[in-house]
Design a protein around this ligand. Structure first.
Ligand code: NOJ
Length: 563
């Protein structure tokens, strides 16, 4: 690729903000836009150049903003349009672009289109959603909703059922209808014209449904059928994305990233190849699914570490020189990575957090950091289900209790995988610092130790590892363009790989476990037997005399060969 023509997002690092939990400026216990504005200096100091805001549109908050009532207004709790415009301007002054969440697989059931759609079979808006007759008083097919229960809800007024892949307050839009598509394109233009830097697109590969809507297979221990083969990467998805590109995106220099559960690296190549004029990158779930059983995320399984390496390798190799990767360990739907693939004990929390960061950020792609990741925030364990807020977690709890599972058993899954692990308030100070009021969800009690104030004071904190990693990406072409080669695939605890650009080679070594390991220079397949340390999480890596000692959760990067 011509590096002079390089798109800006290839060297940027994105920071995801979950506005509800980031910073509350007015004491109502809910994070807001002015809170975000007050933390721009902090984010600039970290070095990120892009913020992705989880939805801030007007919403009744059945799914914390992923159920939009009005695409042209800001959620009252978060502030006003003026606040948003100020965020864009002030962001720019701090060298930060704002990207928004585009949630257009579904709307809220309180959206005017849906209200109209329900009002009569003949409404102009009827066909904005997916309506079907039931069969013998039963829903049109056996699909389960991702948030438990049936994916269909009967509307009393007209007697038909509407499809909702998520909660019953999130009816799916009918993308077959060209009017729906044009409405969405107008929404996109409205925000792009305000100067935003792009979109993260919510479950964007669910838009096209196979119109036969056939029953799905019922997997063991499941009550409902799995409809996903009929809506994941459905028949018209590429044509919808191309139309979106042609009618909207091509007129703006923006970042687009599509959230795409169930998409393989082969599929990602098609979505992200610039020649296809669709998206720039997608979020894969393959690496996030490696610690779950086959049918649902709540089935816990230890991480298969060799598969993790194989998966990351596959995505790195497949998209190199064709499309582009996004790189992430965390977001608002995932548990905290230190508690998941690292070690959140007092002894190894910081080390494992830095190790995971180094391992991911040396790969090719655009890294995404989720709020709090940069200070090593961990999962939370509330005792009482009443302390949880997430609709997915609460619905699952209810359904599994009804099926006879014990409270303790279900809590184990929630502690490991629940989305509220990521949604507790950002830990700014030892007493919280998120709000002067009562937070909408409890803060993790470890804020007394894990907080921004402490992180900024201590030069060896995780924060500064992230800062350095972001800096390295801006400075070194090898990170943006270098090739990727996985080494030592079968090693049970070390993740080792090589990046190479021209004569320059970087070796990345990361120990995912708590034992000391020994390898040799020969394993690196390089001609030199020495190198400069670029970054490390122990003070001094033990890399002399042909033997490399890798301590618990150690990670380092060494450069061999010249520029
Ligand atoms: C994916 C989002 O990331 C998640 O938070 C949300 O619940 C669903 N899509 C539905 O919008």
């Amino acid at each position: 690729m011509d590096q002079l023509q390089e798109p800006w997002w290839k060297r940027s690092v994105v920071y995801q903000i979950y506005p509800r939990s980031f910073m509350d400026s007015n004491g109502d216990g809910i994070g807001d836009l002015r809170g975000i504005i007050s933390k721009l200096c902090y984010l600039q100091c970290l070095g990120v150049e892009v913020i992705w805001l989880s939805p801030i549109y007007d919403s009744p908050n059945d799914d914390n903003g992923y159920d939009i009532r009005d695409y042209f207004n800001i959620m009252e709790e978060f502030g006003t349009m003026e606040d948003f415009e100020e965020l864009i301007v002030q962001g720019r002054q701090h060298g930060i672009r704002i990207i928004m969440d585009l949630v257009v697989n579904h709307t809220s059931d309180e959206h005017a289109w849906f209200v109209e759609s329900c009002s009569s079979l003949h409404s102009k808006y009827r066909d904005y959603y997916i309506w079907r007759d039931g069969q013998n008083e039963q829903p049109p097919n056996n699909w389960g909703s991702i948030f438990s229960g049936s994916a269909w809800e009967r509307d009393e007024q007209t007697g038909e059922y509407y499809l909702h892949l998520f909660s019953m307050k999130q009816p799916d839009l009918n993308w077959e209808n060209p009017q729906v598509r044009n409405e969405v394109f107008d929404v996109m233009k409205f925000w792009l014209d305000k100067g935003i830097g792009g979109f993260r697109m919510d479950v964007i590969n669910f838009l096209s449904k196979d119109s036969r809507l056939l029953d799905g297979e019922i997997q063991p221990n499941q009550q409902f059928g799995d409809g996903s083969p009929f809506f994941i990467n459905g028949p018209k998805i590429h044509s919808y994305l191309k139309e979106m590109h042609e009618k909207v995106l091509q007129q703006y220099d923006v970042l687009t990233v599509g959230e795409m559960p169930g998409t393989t690296s082969e599929g990602a190549k098609i979505y992200t190849n610039p020649d296809n004029k669709e998206l720039q990158m997608i979020f894969t779930f393959e690496h996030m699914d490696l610690d779950s059983g086959p049918f649902e995320k709540w089935d816990l399984k230890p991480l298969d570490f060799i598969s993790l390496k194989r998966t990351m390798e596959k995505w790195q190799l497949e998209l190199h020189d064709v499309g582009w990767n996004s790189l992430y360990w965390n977001n608002h739907d995932q548990p905290r990575i230190i508690s998941r693939f690292g070690n959140d004990s007092e002894m190894y929390r910081e080390l494992s957090g830095k190790m995971l960061a180094i391992c991911l950020h040396m790969m090719q792609g655009t890294p995404f950091i989720y709020q709090g990741e940069e200070i090593g925030m961990t999962n939370v364990r509330f005792q009482d289900i009443k302390e949880y807020r997430d609709i997915e977690t609460l619905n699952m709890y209810r359904a599994k209790r009804q099926q006879g599972n014990s409270h303790e058993e279900i809590m184990k899954s929630i502690y490991a995988k629940g989305r509220d692990n990521a949604r507790t308030p950002m830990q700014w100070t030892s007493s919280g610092g998120f709000t002067i009021g009562t937070p909408w969800i409890d803060i993790n009690e470890n804020t007394s130790k894990i907080n921004v104030e402490n992180a900024l004071k201590k030069t060896s904190s995780i924060f500064y590892t992230y800062q350095r990693l972001i800096q390295l990406r801006k400075e070194h072409d090898i990170l943006t363009y270098g090739s990727f080669q996985l080494l030592l695939l079968e090693h049970p605890s070390l993740f080792v790989y090589k990046r190479k650009l021209g004569k320059q080679e970087w070796i990345i070594v990361a120990n995912f476990y708590g034992e000391t390991e020994q390898i040799s220079w020969e394993n690196f397949e390089v001609s030199d037997k020495q190198g400069n340390v670029i970054i490390a999480n122990y003070e001094c890596p033990l890399i002399a005399y042909g033997t490399i000692i890798v301590r618990p959760y150690e990670a380092f990067v060494i450069e061999v060969g010249g520029e």
